[in-house]
Design a protein around this ligand. Sequence first.
Ligand SMILES: N[C@@H](CCC(=O)N[C@@H](CS)C(=O)NCC(=O)O)C(=O)O
Length: 219
Amino acid sequence: MGSLPILYSFRRCPYAMRARMAIYINQICCELREVKLSDKPKEMLLISPKGTVPVLQLKTGKVLEESLDIVFWAFNINDQTEDYKRYKLNKNKFNDLISIIDNSFKYNLDRYKYPDRYSEIDINFHRNECYKIIRDLNSLLLNKKYLFSEYIGIADICIFPFIRQFRIADTRWFDEEMGLSSVLEWFLRINESEIFQNVMNKYEPWKEKYKSVIFNKLD
Ligand SMILES: N[C@@H](CCC(=O)N[C@@H](CS)C(=O)NCC(=O)O)C(=O)O
């Protein structure tokens, strides 16, 4: 195996953003292979035939094919980081929240953002379903910087990329009219953070012949 873990990623994919943020926060150095979804590298499909990103191949050869598995691996690598302990304390709340985001929120988000891909879509209905979930998030964030602690943690990075997608559909409405100030402040705090800026660098799609991109290289 190579000397670094290999992360197959797609810059704009919210699941891959989760994985990159977790890897970045935990200062794990890996090789990043940007994937073009319409032309996935055979090296990735060989280790993960289901063909979604992110995929992380560890130095042992073990393959993590789900974004949440990569996030937990990254936070647990230093064994019992404070954030991981906090996650365990809030495990049920965390799991409920992630499940709502990955299922109901994502379902309605796709229909709100891409109505042409479905038939007979009522955009306002789907935006409102997302809004209700964000409103609950707003209650959780009242007077708080982040969801479960004063530092950015597992729950924040798992949820943020999806809220970002929702905002992009109508930034002005989200920022000026939605009226959920705790979520807005939380969102902007992460969006402008050094962490998020650093995981959004642009790379050409990976080809075997290219020089490797080393993500999170420690000086
Ligand atoms: N459950 C997966 C979902 C990952 C996923 O759906 N990624 C999308 C990109 S955002 C993908 O790779 N889709 C495959 C394709 O479009 O061909 C995870 O959490 O990692």
